[in-house]
Design a protein around this ligand. Structure first.
Ligand code: ADP
Ligand code: MG
Length: 254
């Protein structure tokens, strides 16, 4: 019993002949902020997608809060979740994508209340009140009625973060949340994530911003070629890496 909120054990995932994940082990404790870094193609997005029921793993398992991703216990055996069950389970996980992925035809407020109302069955009035609080928290209280296209990329990503939080998720996953932004808009999004990191919410953040990883993370996880090569507190992984692959990567990006 290791007691992590998120447990990833021996996870393998191939696309045809390409092994994207080759035995990933990772534990994230409740309230922990884990930052995943690593070269392009190392499997970071695939891992997040496996946690969020967007990819089925070939081997190993992922569990969140004691529940296996993709499966449910049926007496002594496991059976695969139905699509409906996946949708319900997925509402326990917030996911913030590189490209925001807001619904373009809905207003900011409607984007945020959609999942709480339709997937979680919460009363609309309550969901809207909470959405307005979340918008205030990400600095967008006055943009509730705007459409995504009327907002900057940084504002859209802050809406996406509010939308993820509206699920009251057990964990929030970020996949390179600032890599699609113009440089001058990166800071406002990192600021919101940093604020969130200070509130005890469990976060898994894939980022190429190594300085940011250092600032917010309890644990930095370095992935390369489909495995976790090294992990630990920022000052050990980033300042005193022991693995030559970690060293080589950091020399390139720092
Ligand atoms: P990262 O996010 O670290 O850049 P990814 O998880 O996106 O890495 O990709 C890991 C490897 O899997 C890469 O070689 C990528 O080309 C491959 N890959 C990812 N998604 C798919 C897919 N849907 N089909 C085929 N190959 C994929
Ligand atoms: Mg990626």
């Amino acid at each position: 019993m290791t007691g992590g909120l998120l447990e990833i054990r021996g996870v393998h995932k191939s696309y045809g002949l390409l092994e994207a994940l080759r035995g990933v082990d990772l534990t994230v404790q409740p309230g922990e902020v884990a930052a995943i870094i690593g070269p392009s193609g190392s499997g970071k997005s695939t891992l997040l997608r496996a946690i969020n029921h967007l990819e089925k793993v070939d081997r190993g398992f992922v569990s969140l809060d004691g529940e296996l991703i993709g499966y449910t216990r049926h007496g002594n055996t496991l059976r695969e979740l139905t699509e409906r069950e996946v949708l319900r389970r997925r509402t326990r996980i917030g996911f913030v994508f590189q490209n925001f992925n807001l619904f373009p035809h809905l207003t900011v407020l409607e984007n945020i209340v959609e999942a709480p109302v339709f997937a979680q069955g919460r009363p609309r009035a309550e969901a809207e009140a909470e959405a307005r609080e979340l918008l205030a928290r990400v600095g967008l209280a006055d943009r509730a009625d705007a459409r995504p296209r009327q907002l900057s990329g940084g504002q859209q990503q802050r809406v996406a973060i509010a939308r993820a939080l509206a699920l009251r998720p057990a964990v929030v996953l970020f996949d390179e949340p600032t890599s699609a932004l113009d440089p001058e808009l990166v800071g406002e999004v990192l600021g919101v994530i940093k604020e969130l990191a200070g509130t005890g919410t469990t976060l898994v953040v894939v980022t190429h911003e190594v300085g940011f990883a250092r600032e917010i993370a309890d644990t930095v996880v370095f992935m390369d070629e489909g495995v976790v090569v090294e992990q630990g507190p920022p000052d050990s992984v980033l300042d005193h890496p022991v693995n030559p692959r970690t060293k080589a990567f950091l020399e390139k990006v720092l």
